[in-house]
Design a protein around this ligand. Sequence first.
Ligand code: SF4
Length: 70
Amino acid sequence: MPRTWTCPYWVREEKRCIVCQAAQLRFTDRTAFAEFAGRYCSSVSGWRDCTLARFCTEQYEKSTSTEEYR
Ligand code: SF4
């Protein structure tokens, strides 16, 4: 069954690799890949706990608040 990626910063999946707007994560095995993806990238609420996602959100919020003053 195909995985549903819920994190808004996710870009694509490659073999044992997750590419997102913050990083390219390479896993040594499919189990670690599936565990991480299930806990964060494809979890409806879990992606918000990912440090990389939090950083992306902070950057997005900074850029949108900065643009209000331009
Ligand atoms: S949950 Fe984290 S690692 Fe996964 S796609 Fe989002 S930002 Fe990237």
